[in-house]
Design a protein around this ligand. Structure first.
Ligand code: GLA
Length: 391
């Protein structure tokens, strides 16, 4: 039998200290998006991986209709409330994501008789690695299993997504929950958010691993700035639609449409649309390259995507830029870009495994010299999706 990870053991110990023996324990990964930034709500393609770290959830049923919820990250904040009193957009902070997952799943499959739940995440929070979607996904999975529902993956993706859009109130696309549920070892998911087609493109682990480089700066104003970008893209689309018949999403704006009509858009909106056009092309080029095992070209697309996120979509920060510069300056790095929505958090870098040690040392030194801050470098391989674990 495999030995229990430290994180799982920690989660189980916390649960036992509060509630005795759990009946179930689950895990859902986080994710890093390698290409296709801000494309999901514009109908484009994304290329994420699920990460081997994420959220552990130990649970047992109660019979008094109450939710007793605790997270090891916030040990002083136990949430105790009747499950039937969960209401969208009322809670803020970490517990909203858990409640959202429970709420959407119970709306669909029926209410639990009561729930003890302890979470432990071994993923940095608010750093662009989808710690929140990981919580939503684990909550949806646990409701299905505790109610004995045979839910399919599509349904769980949509329920976890609804947790974020309806319960929490962030207008995100479907990237995070899809990346988490469809994660697979040794591959990058290529997901077309309009056609809903999927492909697992192999990533040879002897040639590339994923470095997650934490700038040490949490995302700021992430949800309001994110919603603002969504609104800007919607507005840009509306303006193009006035001149391009049949257009349904920004990803379908062609280069000639852009050239003919971009000057009708306020400059900031034209920059957002230009990023989308460029990212459509980069994702296609990157996917083609990865299919033939050309990781170097894929990596160059990642670095070009970062430049576009910085200059056109304007969601980078000086620290993220300094980290990307530090990463791409090291031999063995194929490419790097901010991961997640931006506004702070982490950079994802694709690196040859033989270069790991020198990469960590050189990036840390260069980043510290540029910003005076400490970088934290962690290594990941693409991982599989959410699962129930053995107790
Ligand atoms: C956040 C959102 C996703 C996606 C990314 C940007 O992670 O939750 O839906 O839009 O930003 O690619």
């Amino acid at each position: 039998m495999p030995t229990k990870s430290h994180s799982l053991t920690f989660c189980l110990e916390r649960f036992r200290a509060l509630h005795g023996e759990p009946s179930h324990v689950f895990f859902a990964p986080g994710r890093a998006n390698l290409l296709g930034a801000h494309m999901d709500y514009n109908g484009g393609s994304v290329m994420p991986v699920a990460l081997s770290r994420g959220t552990y959830a130990a649970a047992s049923l109660r019979n008094d209709g109450m939710l007793h919820l605790q997270s090891s990250q916030f040990p002083g904040e136990t949430v105790v409330l009747p499950l039937h009193q969960l209401r969208p957009k009322r809670t803020r902070g970490w517990s909203a994501y858990v409640e959202g997952g429970l709420w959407t799943a119970m709306q669909r499959w029926g209410t639990l008789p009561g729930l003890n739940l302890v979470l432990h995440a071994d993923l940095p929070m608010a750093k662009g690695l989808s710690s929140s979607a990981s919580v939503e996904c684990v909550a949806v999975l646990l409701v299905s299993r505790l109610l004995g529902v045979l839910a399919n993956t599509e349904e769980m993706i949509h329920l976890a997504h609804a947790a974020e859009t309806q319960y929490v109130g962030v207008r995100c696309g479907i990237l995070d929950q899809t990346a988490i549920f469809l994660g697979r070892a040794n591959s990058v998911l290529l997901f077309d958010c309009l056609e809903l087609t999927r492909e697992h493109v192999p990533l040879d682990s002897t040639q590339a691993c994923i470095g997650i480089l934490d700038t040490g700066v949490a995302r700021e104003l992430a949800s309001s700035a994110f919603n603002q970008r969504v609104a800007e893209c919607t507005r840009a689309l509306t303006i193009f639609q006035e001149h391009v018949p049949g257009l349904t999403c920004l990803r379908d704006v062609r280069a000639e449409d852009f050239a003919a009509h971009a000057d009708r858009l306020p400059p900031a909106l034209a920059r957002r649309a230009k990023h989308v056009l460029g990212e459509v092309a980069r994702t296609q080029e990157g996917a083609d390259a990865l299919r033939r095992g050309d990781i170097a070209t894929f990596g160059r697309c990642m670095t070009a995507a970062h430049a576009s996120l910085k200059d056109l979509f304007e969601v980078s920060t000086p620290e993220l830029d300094a980290m990307v510069d530090a990463a791409v300056g090291v031999d063995g790095c194929y490419g790097a870009r901010l991961t997640g929505a931006g506004f702070g958090g982490c950079v994802a870098a694709l690196v040859h495994p033989a270069a790991q040690a020198t990469f960590s040392a050189q990036v840390s030194a260069a980043y510290c010299q540029a910003t005076g801050r400490q970088a934290v470098v962690q290594w990941f391989a693409p991982a599989s999706g959410p699962k129930q674990l053995e107790l």
